[in-house]
Design a protein around this ligand. Structure first.
Ligand code: IMP
Length: 431
């Protein structure tokens, strides 16, 4: 049996999509386990480009099952659009399974998301997709699950019970309100469509485990955006950490065997929140341009910073990475001196612990180790030994400081520019 989780080790946007696409080609099943359409990655298949926000990229492969597990919050309108887009491109959706226990994002969750953000003194920088309010309802036990959404009586009851409260709040904020029948009619065709994909996905995963199938768990966002372990309150409303997988998919914890941490060769962050290694100016602009650091979901320019080893060690502690994939290494080409933050300093005191308190993190000054950069264009490099010495040194330093092997690195957007140093679903070494 072999199960592998792909986990963002930073604040999201680490390039998980590309690594997931590669690994999905070897997996029998790809599972999204948390979040919703706040995530997004563009994938190139054949000569076509697709932006996926909910459906796993295994959908492009005929024999791969694709699961939206119960830990997710699903916007049926967004899912319907994504299904239309794939349908129009001739991609079959027969292998798509949606958990009957996942929660649904209603249009008013998106209104509430924006309303909450407007009223917060410190903005979280939410994508506004209704993720937070849908998880709030889940925790408050007033959420709408897929199994109830599909059922006419259940869905109508839900609307009749919830809309008076929701409309009250929206009215007070001078926002548009909703009518039961309008929402009921809007979702009728979508409910019919989704009902064809409904499954007890925990059971589907158990069957796959019994058959020794290769299962890939596709994390969205990153560890530092985790509701429990991230830079609270500037986080998302679910846990992208590996430890959330068993709970979010309905699988015993012992069934997760490998955890691949995706680490961008530098750090980026979208939205608000402390970011000790953040840089601005020429180098940051050059990295942002070369690395196309603009969000897939919102188009916002990402904030840029050096690699933060304190943060990455913390992410390793939470996730227990068995391997690392370092992405976008080519983007650092031409940077004279590459910095790595190896400790923080607050009021003259040095420490290596990632603080819980956001105010403390805001005052952390990075202590840097500086490595010589490389000027060569490395986008055509296809194995480790052909990298310039300084690029090799950078990867070796990351490996040494975090204590986890760099088993994948990527040097460009092309599929062949992802260099795999170990075969994941069989465990044998390649180079
Ligand atoms: P929300 O999940 O849309 O409420 O956003 C909460 C925070 O997580 C904001 O700072 C977002 O920018 C960030 N975020 C959510 N999803 C992603 C993602 O897929 N990549 C990077 N940041 C994200």
């Amino acid at each position: 049996m072999k199960t592998l989780a792909v986990i963002g080790a930073q604040w999201g946007d680490e390039g998980k999509g590309k690594i997931t696409d590669y690994l999905a080609s070897q997996a029998d099943m790809v599972v999204r386990f948390q979040g919703g359409n706040n995530a997004g990655h563009t994938i190139v298949f054949g000569d076509q480009k697709f932006a996926l926000h909910l459906i796993p990229s295994g959908i492009f492969r005929h024999n791969t099952s694709n699961i939206l597990a119960q830990g997710m919050v699903i916007d049926p309108l967004a899912l319907n659009e994504e299904m239309d887009m794939l349908n129009d491109a001739g991609v079959p959706l027969t292998n798509l399974f949606i958990s009957d226990r996942a929660h649904i994002i209603m249009p008013f969750h998106k209104d509430l998301d924006k309303l909450l953000e407007e009223r917060r003194p410190q903005k979280v920088g939410t994508t506004g997709r209704g993720i937070g309010p849908a998880y709030m309802d889940k925790a408050a036990r007033t959420g709408l699950r897929v199994c109830t959404f599909i059922d006419s009586v259940g869905f109508k009851n839900y609307l009749e019970t919830m809309l008076p409260f929701i409309n009250d709040a929206l009215k007070k904020a001078a926002k548009n309100t909703y009518k039961v029948q309008e929402l009921f009619d809007l979702f009728k065709p979508i409910r019919n469509r989704l009902s064809n994909h409904l499954a007890d996905t925990s059971s589907v995963i158990h069957d796959a485990l019994k058959k020794n199938e290769r299962i890939l768990f596709e994390g969205a966002q990153g560890t530092m955006l985790c509701l429990d372990h991230g830079t609270y309150p500037f986080v998302t409303s679910s846990s992208p950490a590996a430890s959330s997988i068993p709970l979010n998919v309905g699988m015993p914890a012992r069934n997760l065997t490998s955890v691949l941490g995706i680490v961008k060769a530098y750090t980026t962050r979208v939205g608000s929140g402390a970011f000790p290694t953040e840089i601005t100016g020429e180098t940051a602009d050059a990295i942002a341009t070369k690395g196309h650091e603009f969000g897939t979901t919102t188009g916002r320019r990402r904030r840029i910073g050096w690699l933060d080893i304190v943060q990455l060690r913390y992410a390793h502690r939470i996730n227990g990475f068995t391997d690392l994939a370092v992405t976008l290494l080519d983007v650092l080409g031409g940077v004279d001196a590459i910095k790595l933050c190896v400790a923080y300093e607050v009021d003259g005191e040095r420490f290596e612990r990632f603080p819980a308190d956001h105010e403390t993190l805001k005052h952390c000054k990075p202590v840097y180790e500086t490595l010589p950069g490389f000027t060569e264009d490395i986008t055509d490099v296809r194995n480790f030994d052909d990298l310039p010495e300084n690029a090799q040194n950078y990867l070796n330093t990351i490996e040494r400081l975090i204590g986890v092997p760099v088993s994948i690195f990527s040097v460009g957007p092309d599929r062949r520019a992802t260099i795999i140093r170990k075969s994941f679903f069989t465990e044998e070494e390649i180079s």
